[in-house]
Write a protein that binds this ligand. Structure first.
Ligand SMILES: Nc1ncnc2c1ncn2[C@@H]1O[C@H](COP(=O)(O)OP(=O)(O)OP(=O)(O)O)[C@@H](O)[C@H]1O
Ligand SMILES: [Mg+2]
Length: 257
């Protein structure tokens, strides 16, 4: 894998839970970046249950970037989550997020470079269209995943945002770098139906599994048989599919140049 960015159109389909879920079930070291401009870190308050107070946040990274010291500052800003996962906490408030415009572009370059160190990066980009949205990160992603549930209300909101994303990625010549992340396969619609509504391939599907999802979104105690729960199994399968998509996109790109 490489730089994966997850975003959503509306509601709260499970972007943060999936970002952490993918990171914590990966076999590779992973850096999670909380770039949701909503502010008030959902990961610090949720998965880490308010027990960690990081000295710095994205706003300090923006200051370091202004001084041309972004790459050096990044490791100082990261908070360990597990042996293999660390994360950069988002801004404390939405008002701070508005001043991050200049950071995203440089951060995209630094994050893409992390692949050389064997690290994957997964970005929680929050909802599309918010002030302070990390659009340059979305465009720089090896794979941008539009997260949606599979019910009609979710799909109806995802449709117009999906159209805008599709236009953007097509204009940039990277249509294959956009995929749908379906949360709740078969609740009620299936991947084939979601694909035909959104006109974007379904890059991965996750099981509907509220109990396990709460471990990632709220730091709830892991249920019995966590490792074999439907969500964890679908997260592992998602890794394989996402990795295969990134690899085939890269091979395609190499053939084209
Ligand atoms: N696969 C899943 N199955 C069932 N419930 C899920 C799943 N993924 C996430 N959830 C639940 O959905 C709710 C919203 O999750 P989460 O906070 O991750 O969404 P979000 O898209 O990040 O929302 P927001 O845009 O508000 O930040 C949480 O209660 C979470 O436990
Ligand atoms: Mg979230």
């Amino acid at each position: 894998m490489a730089l994966i960015v997850i975003t959503s159109a509306s509601g709260s389909p499970g972007v943060t839970a999936t970002t952490l879920g993918l990171a914590l079930t990966s076999t590779r070291p992973t850096l999670v970046v909380e770039a949701d401009p909503t502010g008030g870190s959902a990961i610090l308050a949720g998965y880490l249950r308010g027990g960690t107070t990081p000295p710095d946040s994205l706003i300090d990274l923006a200051v370091a970037n202004r001084h041309g010291a972004l790459a050096e500052a990044l490791p100082r800003m990261t908070v360990p989550v597990s042996e293999k996962v660390s994360f950069v906490p988002g801004t404390r408030s939405h008002t701070q997020a508005r001043s991050l415009g200049a950071l995203w572009e440089s951060l995209a370059t630094v994050l893409r470079g992390l692949e050389r160190t064997g690290q994957d990066v997964i970005v929680d980009a929050g909802r599309l269209g918010l002030l302070g949205s990390p659009e340059p990160l979305i465009r720089a992603a090896d794979l941008c995943l539009l997260a949606t549930r599979s019910d009609l209300v979710s799909l109806s909101a995802a449709r117009s945002w999906g159209e805008s994303l599709r236009d953007d990625f097509e204009r940039l010549g990277g249509a294959a770098s956009l995929g749908v992340l379906m949360i709740g396969e078969g609740h009620p619609y299936r991947a084939r139906e979601v694909r035909s509504v959104l006109q974007i391939p379904v890059a991965a599907s996750l099981a509907w599994d509220p109990e396990t999802a709460r471990v990632f979104s709220r730091g709830a105690k892991a249920p019995k048989r966590f490792d074999t729960s439907p969500l964890v199994r679908s997260l592992r399968a998602a890794h394989d599919r996402l990795e295969a998509t990134v690899e085939s996109n890269r091979a395609e790109l190499e053939r084209a140049v």
